[in-house]
Every structure is written in structure tokens, then in C-alpha cells.
Design a protein around this ligand. Structure first.
Ligand code: 0O2
Length: 221
């Protein structure tokens, strides 16, 4: 058994491992849903638009291992593929992304392994998203297994861009024509501008609401 609690030769067949990853998706999904509900309760506002989760396909896992020069074994898959369980959180505003990430990271049973902030440091292509690799303990009948989940947090606009760029990359098998790359890069800038404008509009509305709330006791009905 390794330090994560995985037993590659005994009980942990492929199906047990997939059960663990599915359970980890449920755990993290519930944590996010609770944070969203609490936000609604306290601030009358939902920071999360929606959540998508998936288990990486076996073909995709094998491809990733091959690309990194590892043999396709269960042990290598658990050790080197961090995004077998993936959850994508789509937020309304950029500020929500950091708020959600921070609230998750502070939970006592969550261990943050790595963070890639492609929002403050976008990829050359223009890709923006906040990535966290975390692990959560999954309690089985006889042991607990720390199981990794990749969490991608981004705005609706960032997600729209990433989905199209992914589709284009898939179609051209990575050999995307220069003019399409250029246009994608221009779209990425528009996405950033849109996100910034939407966030400042939202801030303005919040400030106006707050002023109204403070002044309301003094207003003559
Ligand atoms: P798929 O098919 O979407 O699952 P690590 O996980 O840290 O060991 P990795 O996988 O290079 O190493 O990490 P990174 O950079 O955090 O990327 C993980 C995932 O983010 C990718 O998974 C994509 O889903 C997404 N991603 C990263 N860069 C881009 C990009 O330029 N464009 C788009 N559209 N998505 C991106 P996979 O396994 O590569 O692909």
C-alpha cells in the first residue's frame, strides 16, 4: 500500500479506483454546493453558475501517461495523472473564482497539492482558468484513502473560450492555422475585457444597494 492508501496489487482493482475517484467528485461537489447555498443565505447571491464533473476516459489516461513517458500501469495512473477526477466550477465573476478557491483551500479535510493560476498568468494561447489539485479523504469500510481531484474554476466567458479552443485544437490535432490562433487570441482579450466590465458593473450595483440599505432608516416613507 502506498502513502495515499492505494493498494495496487490487492483490493484496488480498476473498479475500486474508479469508485474512489467518483466518491471524491461527490465529496468536492457537495462542498461546493454547500458553499454556494451558504453564500445565497448570507449575501442573497450565488457565486457558482454551474458545476460539471467527469472521470477521465481510459484512452485519455493512457495518452497522458504515454506523452509523459510512463508505462500504462494502474500505479502510474494514480501517481502521475492528477486529473482522473475533474470538476469544473463556472462562476459569474472573476472575484468569485478566488473566493471559492480560498474557501475550499481553508477546509480542514482538504489538502492542496498544487495551484496553477492561469488567470493572473494566462497561457500563451490566451487560456485563463484557476486550477487546483486537491485531495480529500474517502472513508471506506476498513480504511481511508486520500483521493486527488483536479478543480478548474473559471468564469462563464472563460469557459466559452476554452471550450471552443479545445474543439479547434482537437479538429486540427494541435496544428492550428496561424490566422485562427490570432483570432482566438483576440477573442481571449475580449473575454478578459468583458469579465472586467461585468465585474465592475456588479461592484457598482452592490455599492448602490449598500448605500440604499444604510440610508433607508433615515428616509421618510
Ligand atoms: P482534457 O482532455 O481537457 O482533460 P498536471 O495535471 O498538473 O499534471 P497538466 O495536465 O498539463 O499537468 O495541467 P494543466 O496545465 O493544469 O492542464 C490541465 C487541464 O487544463 C487540461 O487537461 C485541459 O482540460 C485544461 N487546459 C490546460 N491548458 C489548456 C488550454 O490551453 N486550452 C484549453 N482549452 N484547455 C486547457 P488535459 O488532460 O490536457 O485535457
Amino acid at each position: 500500500m502506498d502513502e495515499q492508501g492505494f493498494d495496487y496489487n490487492g483490493v484496488d482493482s480498476w473498479t475500486t479506483i474508479i469508485l474512489l475517484y467518483n466518491s471524491a467528485l461527490k465529496e468536492v461537489g457537495t462542498k461546493l454546493a454547500i458553499l454556494n447555498d451558504e453564500f445565497q443565505h448570507v449575501h442573497q447571491y450565488n457565486p457558482i453558475e454551474h458545476i460539471k464533473s467527469r472521470i477521465k476516459t481510459p484512452e485519455s489516461i493512457v495518452k497522458k501517461l504515454k506523452r509523459r513517458g510512463y508505462e500504462s500501469t494502474t500505479e502510474n495512473m494514480v501517481k502521475y495523472v492528477n486529473d482522473i477526477a475533474g470538476i469544473r466550477v463556472i462562476c459569474s465573476f472573476t472575484s468569485d473564482i478566488f473566493r471559492i478557491a480560498d474557501m475550499l483551500a481553508r477546509q480542514s479535510d482538504i489538502r492542496v497539492h498544487s495551484i496553477k493560476d492561469y488567470i493572473r498568468n494566462p497561457k500563451e494561447s490566451g487560456y485563463k482558468s484557476y486550477h487546483m489539485i486537491v485531495s480529500v479523504p474517502i472513508f471506506l469500510s476498513d480504511r481511508s484513502v486520500d483521493t486527488r481531484v483536479e478543480i478548474q474554476i473559471r468564469t462563464v466567458a472563460m469557459d466559452f473560450w476554452a471550450s471552443l479552443e479545445h474543439k479547434i485544437n482537437y479538429k486540427y490535432e494541435g496544428e492550428v492555422p496561424e490566422h485562427i490562433k490570432r483570432e482566438l487570441s483576440e477573442c481571449a482579450e475580449m473575454v478578459s475585457d468583458l469579465d472586467a466590465k461585468m465585474m465592475s458593473l456588479n461592484e457598482e450595483i452592490k455599492e448602490a444597494d449598500e448605500e440604499e440599505r444604510v440610508l433607508s432608516p433615515f428616509l421618510v416613507p
